[in-house]
Ligand binder design. Structure first.
Ligand SMILES: NC(=O)c1ccc[n+]([C@@H]2O[C@H](COP(=O)([O-])OP(=O)(O)OC[C@H]3O[C@@H](n4cnc5c(N)ncnc54)[C@H](O)[C@@H]3O)[C@@H](O)[C@H]2O)c1
Length: 359
């Protein structure tokens, strides 16, 4: 299609609020409706981005709507995404694809039948640094990949738990509505990133889950997973709803990449300089056990804002451009289903106490 893209928002809560500005600020995009079961949230979104505020999901399927942006609780993704896809809409769906693997596969099956642009919103793909990391790996700058590590922890769970205990329960406290606890919500980002940068797939998973500090939530507030990639490299993922901290590290035979708290990047490689979109390394070697190793260099890197339309990697802008140009979405639903297979295996391992093969 050419010209403008008409959009409907389904789910106008916390996550949608972060990126409504993209739809307001792109002059070739028009918001037709903001749909939410909480009319106040729909109205707030419509005041910001335009369109009518409504409780009625049918508005998203109106003939004048081209694309539906779904940011509702995970358990609603299947019915809403499949309805929108079957109505011939382009669809951008929040991660995780769904609350369980069967629902995720049903969405992927509908997407596979569609000729429209149907994709998954993965916020970390907004970040130029993640694309630099992929280049580092594919150019061999880190050598052979040995180990990937991610920690994603924030104390939102303690707040939701406290509210639930006071009687203000939200979908985030329900296993049925989320599909689990902190792991399904947080780990999918990094499962996706590590498979994407390495071109490898997770083949085996071991997981441990606990609920230590969030009695108001049914799911876990701490999860630790050890994953094996088909290359033989290993991945460790730590997620929590009851502590704060973020880290993404990749170690290879020639170098290492380590990014902490979305701020501080440390790089070291004996492969020489690297010049990426935002990451820079000037080279240099220091003596070390086993031969010289790359000198560690540090820099501060801030991620772009969710609604920065000048960022060509902004996932909403990239999705809308793909719609306009008749191209596939930047992140496919099928790749999000692969993440869900790993999530399901980690939960099964946590239940059974055994390592689980990921098929
Ligand atoms: N990409 C990320 O980094 C990221 C971060 C947070 C959340 N998310 C995802 O975004 C989605 C929404 O999360 P959130 O944090 O915005 O939650 P939220 O609770 O803040 O917002 C969800 C909204 O959906 C509305 N809603 C509920 N049932 C509805 C229905 N039947 N029809 C229309 N609207 C309905 C609620 O009233 C609420 O306004 C989830 O899938 C979540 O996993 C992604």
């Amino acid at each position: 299609m050419s010209g403008s893209v008409n959009v409907s928002f389904v789910g106008c809560g916390g996550m949608a609020a972060h990126y409504l500005g993209v739809y307001r600020d792109l002059d070739w995009v028009r918001v037709m409706s903001c749909v939410d079961t909480n009319l106040e949230s729909a109205r707030t979104a419509a005041e910001m981005a335009g369109g009518v505020a409504t409780l009625d999901f049918a508005a998203a399927l109106d003939a004048d709507v081209d694309a539906v942006i779904i940011s509702t609780p995970n358990s609603l993704h299947r019915s809403q995404a499949v309805s929108a896809i079957e109505a011939g809409k382009h669809v951008l769906l929040q991660k995780p694809v769904a609350a369980n693997l069967a629902d995720a596969e049903a969405i992927a099956a509908a997407a596979a039948q569609s000729t429209r642009t149907v994709g998954l919103y993965m916020s970390y793909f907004d970040q130029p640094l993640v694309h630099d990391l992929r280049d580092m790996v594919s150019e061999g700058w880190l050598g052979d990949l040995v180990h990937c590590y991610a920690r994603l922890m924030h104390k939102g769970g303690m707040m939701w738990s406290e509210e639930a205990l006071k009687g203000n329960r939200t979908w985030r406290g329900s296993v049925e509505e989320t599909g689990g606890g902190c792991f399904i919500q947080l780990a999918v980002h990094y499962i996706h990133i590590f498979e994407w940068i390495s071109g490898s797939s997770v083949v085996r998973a071991t997981g441990f889950t606990r609920n230590l500090h969030c009695p108001g939530l049914e799911g876990e507030d701490l999860a630790v997973a050890v994953l094996q990639l088909d290359s033989g490299a290993m991945v460790t993922l730590d997620t929590a709803w009851c502590a704060n901290g973020e880290e993404l590290s990749v170690h290879g035979t020639l170098g290492r990449f380590s990014y902490r708290n979305s701020q501080r990047l440390a790089l070291a490689s004996s492969a020489g300089p690297f010049e990426g979109r935002v990451a820079r390394y000037s080279g240099g070697l220091t003596p070390a056990f086993g031969g010289p190793q790359g000198e560690e260099q540090q820099m501060e890197i801030c991620p772009p804002a969710f609604n920065d339309i000048s960022n060509p990697l902004n996932q909403h802008r990239a999705f809308l451009e793909a719609v306009r140009e008749g191209k596939p979405a930047p992140v496919s639903i099928a790749s999000g289903v692969d993440d869900m297979r790993v999530v399901a295996a980690v939960y099964e391992s946590a239940r059974s106490g055994r390592a689980v093969e990921v098929g």
